[in-house]
Design a protein around this ligand. Structure first.
Ligand code: PEP
Ligand code: MG
Length: 580
């Protein structure tokens, strides 16, 4: 059979045996109930057990360095007052506990699946997960034990749910395959956190693959090879070995300063979503947090976190980083990150809509709460504020004024904060890029958000496969934008970092070094390899590569050229040898 293809969501090579796992909700016979109070108690007991089991799974995730927050979000969902009220109504209408639960969960599933944005759609999978779990508890059905899997299992599921991932017998899982779920789905985030190679969204995988069949999974390219012959097995065993050796070689860079081959200092920071990610940052030996995506604190709940809860989260990160820089991005809501309880309107063009700093400045109470929490946390470490989706100088100046007012407020209350807190701008829109010189006069630093910048410059939605060929950071327009932003920062004497995915792209590193990028903020698992790549770069060679790349006219040419250069660099023995 030829290779199956899906989305490479968690890099690495897995070779193992397929195990299909179907987690369909158990069946039951709906029946009318007269003793509503007793039925309510039965349901409450199952929900209490659900809370307990889910909290245990979340703790297990935390202990393995992954993030239990998604599972704790499930507990918040079953405690949601609206959901509880709906359950009570169903019971009072004479439904049995199973029926009441199924009806209410199905209602939430249909609301969430009708949403336009990916993140809200994923909530539907979360509710389906909760429904199956609680139904099993009500009916006393035991699940297949994912905690005790045969060695080298390639787990094949329709969609990986957070509770499945949390229960996984990690050392025995060679790879994960699914029929549903994209790169930003919880399945993808969790499999990356657990470092399990994963290919998602493989059409027809459940019928194309058989239980017990051997497959090779390439989580980088998104390819799955059923029944591999000896030659292919040998090729991928070699690739897996190279990846392991490469990771081992990169260990030599642990604890070392980040610098180029000429000793020119740079910084490797990490991106995080919640305080639980700090363990991965420390394990990855990143020198700071270049992007704290605070919107994750606002997801999977029914109301915004208050000042104290936010302060707690920011303070935890500031303390854990022990004086190293922590760049906290203020709420980047909207676009693909809708938060239902914030009452945002449906938009025709959410990526061009009422999002991020635009929304926050119009909802000042919400913004003040967050900024106060960040300011209070700044007394406990080296904290900076970063503003997302800036398009105008006035936005930066308004945030600065607001921060000034809040500082005065805190001073009057005798609450400690950093008087010199730095306020930076994410450069991720063409407008911000074109006025980078004006912004630089009032910003303490820049960080380039290449994920959005690429989409906005190329006018190509990163989620739309039909225009995927245009969504590329190698396009000369995007490269020129990056060069211009860094040059503007340097001219104004402010530091410039990059926190989009491009910062971890090995082939781009010579270019970014030549442009003068100071700080590379990457996912925590890529920190050491980014430091290793930077160490291979000499100023003279980077300059030559940049000059060559900037003469090319298409993204394809640039990509091929940079790949060729990276290959040659390795072949010359300047760099550590790694997989192609
Ligand atoms: C970016 O746009 O590059 C970025 C880092 O922000 P996000 O991916 O959260 O939009
Ligand atoms: Mg962005």
């Amino acid at each position: 059979m030829s290779a199956l293809r899906g989305i490479g969501a968690s890099a690495g090579v897995g070779i193992g045996v397929v195990l299909k796992y179907e987690d369909a909700p158990p069946t039951y016979t709906p029946h009318a109930v007269e003793d509503v109070v007793a039925e309510r108690q039965r349901l409450d007991a199952a929900l209490a057990r659900f809370r307990e089991e889910t909290e245990q799974l979340a703790k297990r995730m935390d202990e393995t360095g992954a993030d239990g927050a998604i599972l704790r979000g499930h507990i918040a969902m079953v405690d949601d007052p609206f959901l509880r009220e709906q359950l009570q109504n169903e019971l009072e209408g004479g439904s049995c506990a199973e029926q009441a639960l199924a009806t209410v969960c199905d209602l939430f599933i249909s609301i969430f699946s009708g949403a336009d944005d990916e993140l809200t759609k994923q909530r539907a999978a979360d509710v389906a997960d909760i429904k199956t779990h609680v139904l099993k508890l009500l009916l006393g059905v035991k699940s297949v034990d994912l905690k005790a899997l045969p060695e080298n299992t390639v787990l094949l599921v329709e969609e990986l749910t957070p509770s499945m991932t949390a229960a996984l017998d990690r050392p025995h899982v060679a790879a994960i395959l699914t029929e549903k779920g994209g790169k930003t789905s919880h399945s993808a985030i969790l499999s990356r956190a657990l470092k399990i190679p994963a290919v998602l969204s493989i059409p027809g995988a459940l019928s194309a693959l058989e239980n017990g069949e051997t497959v090779i999974v390439d989580g980088e390219t998104g390819e799955v090879f059923p029944a591999p012959d000896a030659a292919l097995r040998a090729q991928y065993t070699e690739k897996r070995q190279q990846l392991r050796e490469k990771a081992a070689r990169e260990e030599a860079f642990r604890g070392k300063p980040t610098q180029t081959a000429d000793g020119d200092p740079r910084k490797v920071y990490a991106n995080i979503g919640t305080p639980a990610d700090i363990d991965a940052v420390l394990a990855g030996d990143a020198e700071g947090v270049g992007l704290f995506r605070t919107e994750f604190l606002f997801l999977d709940r029914t109301a915004a976190p208050d000042e104290d809860e936010q302060f707690d989260a920011y303070q935890k990160v500031a303390l854990a980083m022990r004086g190293k820089e922590v760049i906290i991005r203020t709420l980047d809501v909207g676009g693909d990150k809708a938060i239902p309880y914030l009452g945002m309107k449906r938009e025709e063009n959410p990526f061009l809509g009422f999002r991020a700093v635009r929304y926050c400045l119009a909802h000042e109470a919400l913004y003040r709460t967050q900024l106060r929490a960040i300011l209070r946390a700044s007394a406990f470490g080296n904290v900076c504020i970063m503003i997302p989706l800036v398009t105008s100088l006035s936005e930066l100046l308004r945030v600065r004024a607001l921060v000034g007012e809040l500082q005065a407020e805190l001073r009057a209350e005798n609450v400690a904060f950093d008087e010199n807190i730095r306020i930076g701008v994410m450069i991720e829109t063409p407008a911000a890029c074109l006025i980078a010189d004006l912004l630089a006069k009032h910003a303490d630093f820049f960080s380039i958000g290449t994920n959005d910048l690429t989409g906005y410059i190329m006018a190509a939605d990163r989620g739309n496969a039909d225009v995927g060929y245009l969504y590329t950071v190698y396009h000369p327009a995007v490269l020129r934008a990056i060069q211009h932003i860094i040059a503007s920062a340097r001219q104004a004497g402010i530091p410039c970092g990059m926190c989009g995915e491009a910062a971890a792209d090995e082939t781009l590193i010579p270019l970014l070094v030549a442009f003068g990028l100071e700080e590379f903020s990457v996912n925590p698992a890529s920190a050491l390899s980014t430091r290793a790549r930077i160490a291979e770069q000499s100023a003279a060679r980077c300059k030559l590569i940049a000059a060559g790349a900037l003469q090319l006219t298409t993204a394809e040419e640039v990509e091929q050229y940079l790949r060729r250069e990276a290959r040659q660099n390795r072949a010359c023995g300047r760099g550590v040898k790694s997989e192609e």
